[in-house]
Design a protein around this ligand. Sequence first.
Ligand code: FAD
Length: 590
Amino acid sequence: MTTTAIETVPRGGAWLLEATAPDTLFTPERMTEEHRLILQTAREFTAEVNEHTEQLETKDWDLTRELLRRAGELGLLSVNVPEAYGGLALDKASAAIIAGCLGQCGSFSATYGAHANLAILPIRMYGTEEQKQRYLPSLVTGEIVGAYCLSEAGSGSDALGARARATRQADGSFVLNGEKMWITNGGFADLYIVFAKVDGEHFTAFIVERGFEGVSTGKEEHKMGLHGSSTTPVILQDVRVPADNLLGAVGKGHKVAFNVLNYGRFKLGASTAGGARGAIGEAARYAAGRRQFGQPIASFGAVKHKLGGMVARTYALESMVFRTAGLIDETLEGAAAEDGGAVLRALEEYAVESSILKVEGSETLHEVLDENVQIHGGNGFVRDYPAERHYRDSRVNRIFEGTNEINRLLIPGMLVKRAVKGELPLIPAAKKLQDEVLAPSPAAAPPDGPLDAAASAVGMFRKVGLAVIGLAMQTYGDKLGEQQEVLSFAADVVIDTYAADSAVARARAATQTGAAGAELQADAAASYVDGAAMRVESRARSAFAAMARGDELRTRLAALRRLLKVTPIDDVSVRRRLSEAAVDRGAYPV
Ligand SMILES: Cc1cc2nc3c(=O)[nH]c(=O)nc-3n(C[C@H](O)[C@H](O)[C@H](O)COP(=O)(O)OP(=O)(O)OC[C@H]3O[C@@H](n4cnc5c(N)ncnc54)[C@H](O)[C@@H]3O)c2cc1C
């Protein structure tokens, strides 16, 4: 094993048990000079792509390919690839920066994600030396385009229920038959990562070239959004795949599929944060320019409340994205760039955080884009303005990379698994909390300022999260997996805890270092915590009511009242300040 810093870097999920020291997390304010150069390049490229939106929406795949090659030239496809295969081996913070910019490109963001994450990463992590030498250099230049074929008409969420079959031949090769559905880049990709069951049983990954006889693609799907991204079936009819194109081992396809999805979820968090930042700028500029009743609509309290809320939620999401990128990067410190195993371990370590980013990212973007349409009024509903397209384009984020329902089940599910294995001391912490709740607690000193109050509220969210998960484990034992509603309530508490913790820690770090805009950051964090307190209480009540009755329920609810004493802030004034800053700058203001 390489000497990664996993022993010293906070473990995945540790933030649920311990307070976060503000100086320990990576934030956008801590970007290096190299990160800023990457940001500049990615921003310029995003602007270039967005000049072609209309043409891309006509499904001009030649132009799409040209833009992918341009991305390759600029190094934007090379992030995850070691130099030995033509890559730049950049850190995950750089990956988040690039995804954040391209997240403002709608369709091209999906094209890019399927190529750079879902096609390149499996080869980089599981490919043999020969496969890496053969495919990676032309994938990172964009000369060839990749796609990822996991889903089928009958197996989406239940990906392992795939019916595609690989039959082993006497010479070691395989013959593949089956039909994959909804494949991004399907219509024009040159290379497909395909999952099929060897002898109908062993789920396995293969690298399939478009040129292999028997590979074809179906018609483009008529989609709600992402009209500039190709989505087709991929049909495999007696496709002979050489033994050399087996990716990883026979029967280990689930490892390839799920680890790639972990990374895809982290990246989806980054791209949705970027999309939300862009939409806030759009909404702020429109609100400044649109006049009703003789004044800009930006001057109305109801509009300010929306814009301020959009900023606060996006700030929390962005804080989680950069924090998670920093955790993965720190874990990888000291590992050789070629060490695919170290990358896998790091992604697995922060799989809970990646699922959180997927759910919270897609739902934050959805809310922000919905409010963007609302702020645009009738103009939000017609195609003359981009608000309408963004709204349609973003809807799929809650469906692919594992639906939000599946990810919500995974979040507490993975935490419990780690607790049972002894990797996360969640069980003793839940027991200690139970004793604490029963003992009369001395009155705590009132917090000093708004950020101290917010930090103390996050401490309470942590305890509520532990109380919900602890009671669920106690009530259902090894049948907990069947209790999807309780698991989803627990997931919501955990998501709000990570988001609030990341936002508050980042805002405190900004205050401590006197960073520009620190006051605005404190507002954004405090506003997020204020909303989260209500959601945490409501989810915990629903969970307790599902698990306890009568006196026991009353005792649990009394304990909840003792654990969660959050005084509301004047969120009206706070959101007004956030909104005014966004309108002044005509952009996301942080
Ligand atoms: C535009 C687009 C691009 C895509 N790109 C790709 C791609 O490049 N490669 C690829 O392989 N796939 C791709 N997909 C497929 C996508 O990953 C699947 O659509 C997704 O995984 C959901 O599967 P499904 O559509 O079969 O829905 P289902 O699995 O049928 O789910 C339907 C509903 O039931 C819920 N549900 C299902 N199972 C459970 C459960 N156990 N517990 C609780 N709720 C459950 C789901 O959450 C959902 O709400 C793409 C899809 C779209 C729309």
